[in-house]
Design a protein around this ligand. Structure first.
Ligand SMILES: NC(=O)c1ccc[n+]([C@@H]2O[C@H](COP(=O)([O-])OP(=O)(O)OC[C@H]3O[C@@H](n4cnc5c(N)ncnc54)[C@H](OP(=O)(O)O)[C@@H]3O)[C@@H](O)[C@H]2O)c1
Length: 283
C-alpha cells in the first residue's frame, strides 16, 4: 500500500490524484492517505482511497494511520521551522514503529544551504532524521512552485514595481501540479532507489529576467527593484527564507531528474508564465 500524508493540502492532494491517474488499480486497498480532518477527504473516500486520521502533533494517531504502508510519501507540514522539524520527527519515528517499508520525503533544493535559513533547516534536519532512522528512503528535493509567481508579482502588476531582497541568484521553477506528478512517479517506481532526486525546471533565470517575461506576456511595464536586506539569515520568515535561498543561488543548478521520473521535462517557464499571466480576453 502507498500512503500519502498531508493529502488535504494542495500538494498532497495532487500527488494522490496523479497516483490514481498513473495507476488506477491502486484504488481499493492499495492507496491510503493520512490527514488531520478525514471529513475533508470525502472526495478521496468516494474514489476508493482509504482515508485515515493522522496528526503529526498527536503522535498517538500515527501508528494506526501508517499501519500497512509499504511506501509512505511524507509531505512536509507548514508552520514555524522548529515545530515542523518536531512533527517530521514524530512522523519518522511512527513510520519506523509501524514497519513502513520506504519513505519518500518531499524536501527542498535548498537543504544544504549554509548558513541555513529556518526554511532550509527544516529540510536539512528532516533528511538527517531520516538518515539516522535507518528507514530506506528517497528524497525528492523541490524548487519553489511556479504557482507562487502570481503572489510574488501581484503587487508588481498593480503598481508596476517588484521589490525583492537583493541578490543575483537565478532560479528554476516547476508548477505544483508537475511536482506532484514527479513525486507520484517516484512513489510508483518498480524499484525504489535510495537517493536524492532534484526536481528542477529546465532553465534557471534571474528574477529580473522572469519579471521581463511576465511584463511581455501581460503587455504591461513591470519594474524590477532590488529591495533591502531582511536581517540575519537564521531568523527569516518563510517568504524571506525563500528569497535568501534564491539570492544564494540555491535554485540555480539544473538536473534532469524530473524527466527521468516522468518521461518528459517539466513545462518551460515561458509556458507557465503564459498559463498564469496571459490576458484571458482582449478588451
Ligand atoms: N510546489 C509546492 O507546492 C511545494 C514545493 C516544495 C515543497 N512544498 C512543501 O510542501 C508542503 C505542503 O505544501 P502545500 O502547498 O500543499 O501547502 P498547504 O496546502 O498549506 O498544506 C499544508 C500541509 O501541511 C499539513 N500539516 C500541517 N500540520 C500538520 C500536522 N500537525 N500533521 C500532519 N500534517 C500537517 C497539512 O495536512 P492536512 O492535509 O492534514 O491538512 C497540509 O497537507 C509545504 O511544507 C511546502 O513548503 C510545496
Amino acid at each position: 500500500m502507498i500512503l500519502v500524508t498531508g493529502a488535504n493540502g494542495q500538494l498532497g492532494r495532487r500527488i494522490v490524484q496523479h497516483l490514481i491517474a498513473r495507476e488506477p488499480a491502486l484504488r481499493g486497498r492499495r492507496l491510503a492517505v493520512s490527514v488531520r480532518e478525514p471529513a475533508r477527504a470525502g472526495d478521496l473516500a468516494n474514489r476508493d482511497v482509504t482515508v485515515r486520521h493522522g496528526d503529526f502533533d498527536q503522535p498517538d494517531t500515527l501508528p494506526k494511520a501508517f499501519a500497512g504502508a509499504l511506501r509512505l510519501v511524507l509531505v512536509p507540514t507548514d508552520g514555524p521551522a522548529a515545530l515542523r522539524i518536531q512533527r517530521h520527527g514524530n512522523a519518522i519515528r511512527a513510520a519506523v514503529a509501524a514497519g513502513v517499508g520506504h519513505v519518500l520525503y518531499v524536501g527542498g533544493l535548498e537543504a544544504d544551504m549554509a548558513p541555513a535559513t529556518p526554511f532550509s533547516r527544516v529540510h536539512r534536519d528532516t533528511e538527517a532524521l531520516l538518515a539516522d532512522s535507518a528507514l530506506p528512503h528517497t528524497v525528492l528535493r523541490c524548487p519553489p512552485c511556479a504557482d507562487a509567481l502570481t503572489d510574488w508579482f501581484a503587487p508588481a502588476l498593480s503598481d508596476g514595481s517588484l521589490p525583492v531582497p537583493p541578490g543575483e541568484g537565478a532560479l528554476s521553477l516547476v508548477s505544483r501540479d508537475e511536482l506532484a506528478q514527479a513525486i507520484a512517479a517516484a512513489a510508483l517506481a518498480p524499484r525504489l532507489d535510495q537517493r536524492i532526486h532534484r526536481l528542477t525546471g529546465q532553465a534557471a533565470l534571474s528574477l529580473a529576467d522572469i519579471a521581463a517575461r511576465i511584463a511581455r506576456v501581460c503587455g504591461r511595464p513591470l519594474r524590477y527593484e532590488a529591495g533591502s536586506a531582511n536581517g540575519p539569515v537564521d531568523a527569516l520568515d518563510a517568504r524571506a527564507s525563500l528569497f535568501a535561498a534564491i539570492a544564494a543561488g540555491q535554485f540555480s543548478p539544473l538536473s534532469r531528474d524530473f524527466a527521468a521520473l516522468v518521461g518528459h521535462p517539466p513545462k518551460s517557464l515561458d509556458c507557465l508564465i503564459h498559463e498564469y499571466f496571459a490576458p484571458r480576453s482582449l478588451a
